[in-house]
Design a protein around this ligand. Structure first.
Ligand code: HEC
Length: 226
């Protein structure tokens, strides 16, 4: 082996240990604002997550794990499937946010301009407020006698790991997806408040499609008399 190739080999090793930056996305420009909204309610000091993600220095070593957790939708640990029903203050990542985080992690997770790092922290993961209206127990199927406006759902009694769908069947045959719970995680469960109340005319049915014995609570308000 010549001297030169030995030198090159020695040089190559430390270089390879660092990721090459192949993306224009940076922590301070695109990524930290997503983390503030979606991750730091838990991954901050005093939060329920076991480590912090509130600065680039803290997040950088986790880049690969972060990519795995967000593309598999294990983080943030919500149980509803995004796109089946629409909810107020939905904590789940949008497809676009997942793409940005993934591209940033794949591109070497660069920092950007450290002067732009934000120290903003959201409130700790809130327990959430129940939907307005009267709670109605849902076990299998619920017949709506008088027209209601459905405002949301709660899944307090479900066991961990359960999956189910809640749908509304109207008397005219139309079907409306209300929520899809996949691999339920009880400790992170919050009430799901519908973005817009769902009209359930008299004679509608709310159905839970899932394992035997699953229950939920659906909230409804009577339609004001015409
Ligand atoms: C509701 C609280 C909460 C939110 C919000 C949250 N996490 Fe987590 N995270 C946890 C907890 C708790 C753990 C520890 C492992 C577990 O219990 O699943 C964890 C673990 C992780 C792990 C390590 C997984 C492993 O074991 O390899 C990563 C990476 C992660 N979170 C990234 C994120 C990212 C990125 C976000 C935002 C997009 C986020 N988390 C949002 C609570 C949260």
């Amino acid at each position: 082996m010549t001297k030169l190739s030995t030198v090159l080999l020695l040089l190559a090793t430390p270089l390879a240990a660092h990721d090459t930056i192949t993306t224009k996305l940076t922590w301070t420009r695109e990524i930290q604002r997503i983390f503030i909204r979606r991750c730091l309610s838990c991954h901050q000091a005093g939060g329920p997550a076991p480590f912090l993600l509130s600065s680039w220095k803290e997040a950088r070593p986790w880049a690969v794990a972060i990519r795995e957790e967000v593309t598999s939708r294990r983080m943030p640990p919500v149980s509803h499937v995004k796109g089946f029903g629409e909810f107020r203050d939905d904590p789940a990542l949008t497809q676009e946010e997942i793409q940005l985080i993934t591209d940033w992690a794949n591109g070497g997770a660069p920092e950007g301009d450290p002067r732009l790092e934000s120290d903003e922290l959201p409130r700790l993961w809130p327990s959430g407020t129940p939907p307005s209206g009267a709670p109605l127990k849902l076990a299998g199927e619920l017949h709506i006698g008088e027209a209601q406006r459905l405002t949301g759902l709660q899944f307090g009694e479900l066991a961990a790991g359960v999956s189910l769908q809640a749908i509304l069947e109207r008397p005219d045959g139309s079907i409306e997806p209300l929520a899809w719970i996949r691999d339920f995680r009880p400790q992170w469960s919050r009430p799901l408040v519908f973005l817009k109340p769902v009209e359930a005319p008299a004679g509608s049915r709310v159905r839970l499609l899932g394992p035997d014995g699953v229950t939920a609570v659906i909230f409804g308000e009577r339609e004001p008399a015409p």
